[in-house]
Design a protein around this ligand. Structure first.
Ligand code: SF4
Length: 118
């Protein structure tokens, strides 16, 4: 599925859209340990299929945005959210997740198994 991102969309719009797409995609298993307050995105392929920001853990430190600005952005609450889960390659997704000082970015495979952090 091709998703077009409208620059006029607010962070809330993008978050709601990506969360709705993730919840509707039954081909990617829902992890049993998902945090309550999340922004998530489903990738179109590769080992990493679900990218999650735990917004209750995020401190707005921004290295994830520096590592992958098309994947993560910061909203008006100074919390990260997923913009386009297919905007960068899987190595960059992992680098961005690893850059988070509080491990607020969680990566899962298609079966709902956590890839990072372990
Ligand atoms: S690096 Fe982590 S704490 Fe910083 S904005 Fe990104 S998710 Fe939030």
């Amino acid at each position: 599925m091709t998703i077009l991102y409208n620059p006029m969309e607010t962070a809330q719009d993008i978050m709601q859209k990506n969360n709705a797409i993730a919840e509707a995609d039954t081909s990617v298993a829902v992890p049993s340990d998902l945090p309550d307050e999340i922004s998530q995105g489903i990738t179109s392929g590769g080992e990493i299929r679900r990218i999650v920001v735990d917004r209750s853990a995020c401190i707005g430190a921004r290295p994830c945005v520096v590592a992958a600005e098309k994947l993560f952005q910061i909203d008006e609450e100074n919390l990260a959210y997923v913009v386009d889960p297919n905007s960068v390659d899987q190595d960059t997704v992992r680098v961005a997740a690893e850059s988070c000082p509080v491990l607020a970015i969680l990566l899962y495979d298609k079966d709902g198994n956590k890839i990072f952090p372990q």
